[in-house]
Design a protein around this ligand. Structure first.
Ligand code: ADP
Length: 515
């Protein structure tokens, strides 16, 4: 209002002055103005073009003045009659609300959309890597693009607007792009007519509930994207069954107990002023189940997994720090093959793809983590000896677990997991009986008879599988340095012929390639 008053005052003052002078009599007018000014005014008044220009200038000033007034009042009036809620990219609420909006039809035909691929795997397949199988497709999430949109919800008109702060002017080069992406976050605003904010609060609440409902009983896996400071990529999948990961005897239980104790001890840590975080290093040859175990553990504990890819293009120390410290709550932070990124750097190839993560950057980021509600950090490596001692000292890595080549227990366990109670297709006994038998008493076996025959067949099959599993564990020894992943490949190759698989063992061992 002050602005309006001052602007109006100035304009009125100058107008009054001009009019005052124009209506003055010639002598008085001449007396107040210098001869030079009088000459100019007379020149202007005497010239049609100049006087028309002067007139247009006055009209233009009035137009600009009233337009400014209108624009200013429009937003003031609008904000007076509307309530709104704004959420920012990077915050959970942004994800919830974006999905909520995407799932509702917008009234006007929207010409500019933003699309995102969302992986909602529903398969019961235990294999984490099956996510990449060709048959699975992501769900495409179409969201309104930049600008304002309208949708109706429970009979109310909701305005939705998505804005992105302008990209840094003249931004060029890697550094500027990173900086721009750091500072510029998209905003999503929902607003509605009236003074009742509770309706919008309910929408955000509903959006959150919907999102949690979708993730119920699932494992969410977050990934960081190039130039991201937050976890923008995520997929949900059915949790991998904990029992499906076969580790050395007792290892799984030991790790589970350790992590459960940690998650129940926040008070203990706070009382003693010890940072509430716990780090684990799983090391050993590739294909021994390190990643599979972590994903299964997350599912078992109802946690999410955030995979930090240290080799990602454009990642630098600051971003790593931000990612680790802004991980979604209740999640396992997983840094895979932590040695690889640093080795690359030592070899002087770190600039490839703009990756600038340094050892001290990782150390700082790890030290900065304060576990939110029991978040934990897992690192995996195939070469523990290549890791800097500072990275794996207690406080950063509290437990180091070796995931080694398959031992007797694992070979048996993997074999049983693959073949037990999964008999090959039955030879359809009932139909055979009906068509070949001539005797009325044996033509139609009762359901009970069928069931017990089926059970008998299963028992015989399982007994054979257990015998073969034991023999398999004799035929392949720890010294053969076979990984559980290699065993999985071998068993899959012969999955329809467990009876004769033992004959294939020598060939399998002869062809093993050690990474
Ligand atoms: P790592 O992380 O040690 O390289 P992965 O967890 O990536 O090993 O395992 C690769 C593949 O082998 C996955 O498909 C997984 O299902 C299988 N696999 C490896 N080890 C095990 C194990 N101990 N128990 C069950 N499956 C395993």
């Amino acid at each position: 209002m002050d602005w309006v008053a001052s602007k109006t005052g100035t304009l009125l003052n100058s107008t009054v002055q001009v009019l005052d002078q124009v209506v003055q009599s010639g002598s008085r007018f001449e007396a107040t103005l210098s001869p030079a000014a009088m000459k100019i005014i007379k020149g202007v008044m005497g010239n049609d073009v100049l006087s028309a220009g002067f007139f247009l200038m006055i009209i233009g000033s009035f137009y600009t003045f009233f337009k400014d007034l209108f624009v200013r009042y429009y937003y003031e009036i609008q904000s007076w009659f509307y309530v709104s809620v704004e959420v920012q990219e990077g915050d959970d609420t942004y994800k919830w609300l974006s999905e909520w909006v995407a799932e509702r039809p917008l009234t006007k035909s929207v010409r500019h959309l933003t699309v995102k691929a969302v992986w909602d795997e529903d398969s019961d397949n235990d294999d984490y890597y099956s996510n990449n199988s060709k048959d699975e497709r992501p769900r495409l999430l179409f969201m309104p693009g930049m600008g304002s949109h309208v949708l109706y919800h429970k009979g109310y008109k909701i305005n939705v607007s998505r804005d992105r702060p302008d990209q840094a002017a003249g931004a060029d080069g890697e550094q500027s792009r990173i900086l721009a992406s750091i500072q510029k976050k998209q905003c999503l605003t929902i607003s509605t007519f009236g003074w009742d904010i509770s309706r919008l609060k309910t929408i955000v609440q509903d959006a959150m509930e919907e999102s949690y409902k979708k993730k119920e009983g699932k494992t969410t896996i977050y990934t960081s994207q190039p130039y991201d400071n937050y976890w923008s990529g995520s997929s949900t999948r059915s949790p991998r069954a904990f029992h499906s990961v076969i580790l050395a005897e007792g290892l799984k239980e030991e790790l589970l107990e350790d992590i459960t104790t940690f998650r129940n001890s926040s008070q203990w840590y706070h009382d003693r002023g010890v940072p509430y975080r716990r780090g684990y290093l799983l090391h050993g040859p590739p294909g021994t189940g390190k990643t599979s175990f972590i994903v299964a553990l997350a599912g078992h504990l109802n946690m999410s997994v955030c995979i930090v890819n240290l080799g990602i293009s454009g990642l630098n120390d600051q971003q790593l720090d931000r990612l680790l410290n802004n991980a979604p709550r209740n999640s396992i932070l997983l840094m895979e093959d932590v040695d690889a990124a640093l080795v690359k750097r030592k070899a002087g190839k770190s600039q490839e793809g703009g990756n600038n993560v340094t050892l001290s950057g990782i150390l700082n980021a790890l030290d900065g983590i304060t576990a939110q509600e029991g978040s934990v950090v897992f690192m995996t490596t195939n070469h523990i000896r290549k890791l800097a001692p500072a990275l794996i000292r207690p406080g950063r890595c509290d437990r180091k677990m070796l995931f080694d080549y398959a031992d007797k227990h694992q070979i048996e366990g993997m074999f049983l997991k693959f073949f037990l109670s999964r008999p090959p297709a039955a030879p359809k006994p009932v139909r055979k009986l009906l068509t070949t038998s001539t005797s009325a008493s044996t033509a139609t076996p009762t359901l009970l008879e069928q069931d017990s025959k089926e059970q008998g067949r299963k028992d015989t099959y399982d007994a054979m599988i257990k015998r073969t599993a034991a023999k398999m564990a004799e035929a392949i020894t720890f010294k053969d340095t076979v990984t559980t992943a290699q065993l999985q490949g071998f068993f899959m190759l012969h999955r329809d012929d467990p009876e004769n698989i033992l004959d294939e063992v020598p060939g399998f061992l002869a062809e093993l390639i050690h990474e």
